[in-house]
Design a protein around this ligand. Structure first.
Ligand code: SF4
Ligand code: SF4
Length: 183
């Protein structure tokens, strides 16, 4: 099953609300699987502009400082595009849907701060995407990857009022903690 996009690149390019964070260690930075980390490292291998590791010890992509904000190290400030768009992590592909924890169990929530969510939530298009995402994440191979990377499910303790649970991932059987091992 091919990943579908909920919104178009042009919508995001006119919004530019993503890929930037108020704090260097923001819980909203994308988290990656071990395979995704390898890809990010390979892409950054020739980047001499940063001495930071590509991914930190907790599995988050690191940031760079820009005009008082912290932006994803792969964000291109000149054209607003993702520098690893074809290889971007699952978390970036599914946003404004977010892997979260509800009472310590894995779930998918939607980020209510996204303007496109505010415009479309409750519409047929929104519902259709939720159903697609539910099926997409229920694939055995993807479930195995999620099962082995519990750190992908963020607690978002300080942002709970910005999130609304969309569905639970009942097929995953772990309490959400730790970084997990590669599938
Ligand atoms: S906040 Fe929503 S519309 Fe804006 S860039 Fe992010 S995903 Fe796109
Ligand atoms: S990897 Fe790309 S899409 Fe994801 S936060 Fe970084 S710049 Fe944005």
């Amino acid at each position: 099953m091919t990943m579908k996009q909920f919104l178009s690149s042009s919508t995001c390019l006119s919004c530019r609300g993503c890929c930037r964070f108020p704090e260097e260690e923001s819980e909203w930075r994308p988290k990656v699987t071990r395979d995704e980390e390898q890809v990010m490292r390979a892409v950054s291998a020739n980047d001499a502009s940063s001495t930071h590791p590509v991914v930190d010890d907790d599995g988050y992509i690191t940031t760079k400082q820009c005009h008082g904000l912290f932006i994803c190290r792969f964000y291109n400030t000149e054209n607003g595009e993702c520098g690893v768009y074809q290889d971007r992590p699952l978390e970036c592909r599914i946003y404004p849907f977010v892997l979260t924890q509800q009472e310590g169990k894995p779930a998918v929530s939607v980020h209510l701060e996204c303007p496109y969510v505010q415009q479309t939530k409750g519409s047929a298009k929104y519902q259709e995407y939720v159903e697609f995402l539910q099926q997409y994440l229920a694939d055995d191979e993807r479930l195995a990857v999620l099962q082995s990377h519990p750190h992908l499910f963020g607690a978002y303790e300080s942002s709970q009022d910005e999130l609304e649970t969309v569905f639970n991932l009942d097929d995953l059987t772990y309490p959400c903690s730790g970084r997990g091992e590669q599938a």
